[in-house]
Design a protein around this ligand. Structure first.
Ligand code: DGJ
Length: 679
């Protein structure tokens, strides 16, 4: 029997989401409500099921005690609710083991963060085999999950499926980055996912390593979601008195479809996650697709001129600027040797960044500080610093290995790469932080044999400490999380960064899909989108797609025709005029690229709106229904980002634009439009 509500009921709420817990007669913690999913009745299951001792399904926590007992008996020993933080303290009294389950409600942002921690006073170390950041009962209705999966240059494809009996696991085992094959984001919906209808729960783990989301439909019909660090290969040996804390799982819920759930997440990311989320981002020119490794000072300086002529604000020098014994002329060598390649850049980075400044450009630099090529001075000097397994041939990805950040010496080295460069070159105000491989042979020369399985967790923790030190010491330097495109798009790494590079895929036709997928969890301000010549699409189409995120270019601007330069110059100026709406605005997804030849999205901000429409396939026509406008306001609509003058269309009321739609003439493939509305 459950105790009466008044004595023993705890509610955690933010926005439309309320979660309630009670204790049963044995002081076990039971969830009795999860908005939109689990009705107000407890099914008797433990809220945070522990392995062993009766629970035969996926556990949220799995621990082997010092004496070898592999079971838990967790009962509520205390609950603290202060302001928006709730902590349930559960104890296994037979073992002096404590599990704290935390919920932080952010009612203004309509988000709830959950995490857990375990500690003990057993006679010797315990083995934490799994400890989730969240465990919820999502009731017995028909639920669908949407994942964001793919591969390099094909990230964030949306795949939806219905949960059926058994267990569905979405995970990553990549260790040093959350994602290459699947972003650490998940959406659960009652029925299929809709923009403006239905109960929707979105979750994301703030962790840049291996993660696991499991959805188990239990025999009695209810569905339990368990989310957190992937236990795979990550048993943690926890000494008495030590605390193991999990990363945060971030949850946003809405009962009117996914549109407002992603708007809430965008606000949360802008205000609580991203660095300087209130500050407009620069337009930038990157030299990667223009030169790859093949450049010298003269070429870069000429790109400065090109960038300046077009109106770009920042220049980013990519891979290839370093390496002396093994110059970084290709991806086969030099990684780890962060001294300027004096053959390419005889006057060093300082001279280059000063020249950028003289041209009125800010300057940024590429780093991949956690990696090493075996063909490098660093590897010659410190072969033991690379992650490796004994008796196994080194497995390279992109000809490189990962440095062992569990080793404090390596942590210092990694920090010093950035710290030295940023201290010696105060003109550097932007860093592209890359990470072009994942772990395949998780072994550490530094860690003891008992603690080899700490590697993946210690790595990410150390990485965050390094990122934090860089951010604290160089607060004026903006950071892009790159990772070969899309690898570190988690809310963990984003706390130290300003934006992500969603994908190396820059053909705008594919980018429309990738950016669409990203739009569910990542606001436009943090979505770097560059115009390149990949796919050879019309330049306007490329700009129109990139302008819906944080605009940049990654092309040899020297080789553009005069006409192309004119267009680019105008487009960049146009973007500067609308970027406040794009970067700070509320996103409205209008037409999905998954559903037709035309796709469209828009942003609204302080009485202004910007609409983007793209034809990815054959001919498409018909009015485009807008969203997020004030029905009674009259909006003047003009088409912008044209080769010639902006085209004033007409004035419409918000109601007309939202119900009848904006009239758009037929669009053939690769035709696109940008409209600006002023209310
Ligand atoms: C992968 C990134 O995604 C690219 O943009 C570029 O920076 C290369 N790495 C450089 O090696």
């Amino acid at each position: 029997m459950l105790p009466s509500e008044t004595e023993n009921l705890w509610t955690i709420s933010a926005g439309d989401l309320s979660i309630q817990f009670v204790t049963d007669e044995n002081q076990r913690l039971i969830q009795r409500l999860f908005s939109g999913f689990q009705a107000e009745e407890a099914n008797g299951q433990p809220a945070f099921p522990g392995a062993g001792n009766g629970w035969v399904f996926e556990p949220a926590v799995d621990i082997i005690h010092a004496d070898g007992n592999a079971s838990l008996d967790l009962r509520v020993a205390g609950v603290e609710q202060a302001e928006n933080l709730t902590c349930f303290t559960l104890r296994d009294d037979q073992y002096e083991l404590t599990l704290d389950i935390f919920f932080k409600a952010l009612p203004q942002l309509k988000v709830i963060e959950t995490w857990t921690q375990v500690s003990h006073k057993e006679a010797s170390a315990i083995r934490v085999q799994a400890l989730a950041s969240a465990s919820f009962d999502l009731g017995s209705d028909e639920l669908y999950i949407t994942q964001f999966c793919g591969d390099w240059a094909n990230e964030a494809n949306m795949v939806e499926e219905k949960l059926t009996p058994g267990i569905k696991v979405l995970d990553s085992k990549l260790g040093v980055r959350a994602h290459q094959f699947r972003a650490p984001w998940i959406i659960v919906s009652k029925g299929t996912l809709k923009e403006h209808e239905g109960s929707v729960l979105a979750g994301s783990l703030a962790w840049s390593g291996s993660y696991k989301f499991s959805f188990e439909k239990l025999p009695e019909g209810s569905i339990r979601v368990i989310a957190g660090i992937n236990p795979f290969g990550s048993t943690y040996v926890l000494e008495p008195g030590e605390i193991f804390e999990t990363p945060k799982m971030v949850w946003a819920y809405g009962n009117r479809g996914v549109a407002e759930v992603s708007q809430n997440l965008h606000n949360y990311v802008r205000r609580n996650v991203l660095r300087d989320g209130h500050r407009l981002r620069n337009t930038l020119l990157n030299n990667w697709e223009a030169t790859f490794f093949d450049f010298d000072e003269a070429k870069i300086v000429s790109l400065f001129q090109g960038a300046k002529d077009l109106g770009m604000e920042l220049f980013l020098l990519d891979d290839g600027w370093f390496g002396q014994k093994f110059p970084r002329d290709s991806d086969t060598q030099g990684l780890g040797d962060w001294q300027t390649d004096s053959a390419k850049l005889p006057n060093g980075i300082r001279a280059l960044s000063t020249k950028a400044k003289e041209k009125g450009l800010k300057f940024g630099l590429w780093f991949e500080p956690e990696m090493v090529n075996p063909k490098s001075k660093l590897f010659e000097d410190h072969p033991d610093w690379a992650i490796q397994q004994p008796k196994r041939e080194l497995e390279l990805q992109r000809n490189q290995l990962t440095l062992d950040l569990s080793n404090p010496e390596v942590q210092e080295f990694t920090f010093s790469i950035l710290d030295n460069a940023l201290t010696e070159n105060p003109e550097i105000v932007y860093v592209k932080w890359d990470c072009n491989r994942y772990l395949t042979q998780p072994g550490s020369v530094y860690l003891s044999k008992e603690k080899q399985s700490h590697l993946q967790i210690d790595y990410v923790r150390a990485l965050y400490k390094i990122m934090e030190r860089v951010a604290m010491k160089h607060p004026g330097v903006e950071i892009m999380m790159c990772s070969g495109g899309g690898g570190r798009v988690d809310y963990g790494a984003l706390r130290y960064a300003h934006e992500v590079w969603p994908s190396d895929m820059t053909d705008p036709v594919r980018r429309i899909f990738i950016q669409w997928g990203f739009s569910y969890f990542i606001p436009a301000i943090a979505m770097a989108a560059h115009v390149t010549r990949w796919g050879e699409r019309p330049l306007k189409f490329c700009f129109d797609v990139a302008m819906s995120g944080r605009l940049g270019m990654d092309a040899d601007v020297d080789s553009l025709s005069e006409g192309e330069k004119d267009f680019a110059r105008k487009a960049i100026a146009t973007y500067k005029g609308i970027r406040e709406v794009v970067q700070f605005g509320e996103l409205h997804r209008l037409e999905s690229p998954y559903e037709g030849a035309r796709s469209a999205l828009m942003y609204t901000h302080e009485g202004r709106a910007v609409v983007f429409a793209y034809a990815t396939e054959g001919n498409t026509a018909g009015p485009l229904k807008l969203k997020g406008l004030v029905p009674s306001h009259t909006y003047t609509v003009k088409e912008i980002n044209l080769a010639g003058e902006d085209k004033l269309l007409s004035s419409f009321t918000g109601d007309q634009l939202m119900t009848l739609g904006l009239p758009i003439s037929e669009m053939t493939q690769f035709v696109s439009h940008v409209f600006e509305l002023v209310g």
